[in-house]
Design a binder for this molecule. Structure first.
Ligand code: CA
Length: 415
């Protein structure tokens, strides 16, 4: 697909992440303590949805959750009407209303675009799963026997999902030191490069792959902050708990599923046939370039990873079908994390755990500093871009800066 030209000049820049082909959904405010308003990004502007008469819009809403609940037919009607009004040469009353509702992107503060009802994190990046297997089980098969058959995941916390820019405080927890643990600040705090699917429709009982696709409202970038030392001690014999509960950062704009449809590509080759309920036909993956930047406090950023969503072995629809097969109901606002997306190369690893190979080979930054895991003050930024013919689809930065851990209760002398 080629660039759809708009009467908003900045949307026609071949490098803007927000051309007319995108139209992502966000929530913004202006000034100190300003009201939260629904916005759609276009070029270097945000369209304030407050006064607009478009399908599914409720003026008083402070996020997109109710709009998501209205369903795929309404999402399409909204997108079609907005696209028509923004096209180059568009006439009609809506164009004038939009022209009066533009707010420069540089003047807005972005907030959570929807209310996260539930959060499930999967583990569908094959290279990541294999690398982690090799680090922790150097002599065994890097993949667990179930991995090629189903999307592995765990039920996470919705309460700690935050929007890009929110500071992330280093967690406290039990850390392994030989036979007995100590309680303190994680020394192996890490990021994970993931792709998040935002579920816009509820379900009851098992859904089909076709229905699962329809339930996906859009996608965000997602950083599943992880404390590797806490995880190593606690995850015996159950899965992730406190190690993953500190924070999950998402990018501020929900990119509609429709905007990503031109970027479908073939999924990875299957080592063994999938069971019929998970079998997809045709191009079920997405070709979206990803990168991770690490900037020490007050210093320049180094790109430490370049990857792509095409490396995911299972897509969000397959994850959703598998999740629903137990009878687990989905809610509007469910968020599914893809799992860490690493590629085959050494510079394509989507977590410090892999980049430093468990701390054995620290990463040297452009500043000359070295990192095995994250230090206080480090800022991690995830970026994604789908390259079209003369245009780009972007997500906005998914960023967070690591803050020092709080004091351990009981260890600080009173008064
Ligand atoms: Ca994860």
């Amino acid at each position: 697909m080629t660039l759809m030209e708009s009467w908003i000049d900045s949307a026609n820049d071949p490098q803007t992440p927000f051309p007319l082909n995108n139209l992502p959904h966000g929530v913004f405010s202006t000034g100190e303590g300003g009201d939260r308003r629904l916005g759609v990004a276009i070029g270097d502007q945000v369209i304030d949805m407050t006064g607009l008469d478009l399908p599914g819009l409720v003026p008083a809403n402070q996020d997109w959750t109710a709009f998501m609940a209205a369903g795929p037919a309404v999402w399409s009607a909204f997108r079609a009407a907005l696209t028509e009004a923004l096209r180059a040469g568009a006439a009609g009353p809506l164009r004038a209303v939009i022209a009066a509702a533009l707010v420069p992107m540089r003047e807005v503060r972005l907030h959570m675009p929807f209310r996260v009802s539930e959060f499930t994190d999967f583990y569908s990046g094959r290279h990541h799963a294999e690398n982690v297997g090799r680090i922790f089980r150097p002599d065994g098969d890097p993949l667990s026997p179930n991995w090629l058959s189903m999307p592995i995941g765990y039920n996470g916390r919705a309460s700690s999902v935050v929007v890009s820019g929110t500071p992330v405080v280093r967690p406290l927890g039990q850390l392994p030191t030989g036979d007995l643990p100590v309680f303190g600040a994680s020394k192996r705090f890490d990021f994970e490069l993931e792709f998040g699917a935002v579920i816009g429709q509820p379900s009851q009982g098992m859904v089909t792959l076709d229905r699962a696709e329809e339930m996906i409202f859009g996608y965000v970038l997602l950083n599943d902050w992880s404390a590797r030392d806490i995880q190593r001690w606690e995850a015996q014999p159950l899965g992730p708990f406190q190690a993953k509960a500190t924070a999950t950062t998402i990018s501020p704009w929900i990119v509609p599923r429709a905007a990503l449809e031109p970027f479908r590509c073939a999924p990875p080759l299957r080592d063994r046939p999938l069971l019929p309920y998970l079998e997809t036909a045709g191009d079920s993956a997405y070709d979206i370039s990803l990168e991770v930047g690490l900037a020490p406090a007050g210093q320049a950023e180094t790109i430490i990873c370049r990857s792509n969503t095409r490396y995911l072995y299972f897509n969000a629809a397959q994850q959703l079908v598998h999740h629903s097969s137990s009878g687990c109901p989905m809610r509007v606002g469910d968020l599914l994390g893809s799992g860490t997306i690493s590629g085959p190369g050494a510079d394509q690893r989507g977590a410090m755990l892999e980049l430093s190979w468990g701390g054995q080979t620290p990463v040297t930054l452009d500043t000359g500093e070295v990192r095995s895991f994250l230090e206080d003050g480090d800022r991690i930024t995830l970026r994604g871009r789908a390259q079209g013919d003369g245009y780009v689809i972007g997500f906005g930065d998914c960023a967070g800066q690591v803050q020092p851990a709080p004091a351990v209760p009981g260890t600080v002398a009173a008064g």
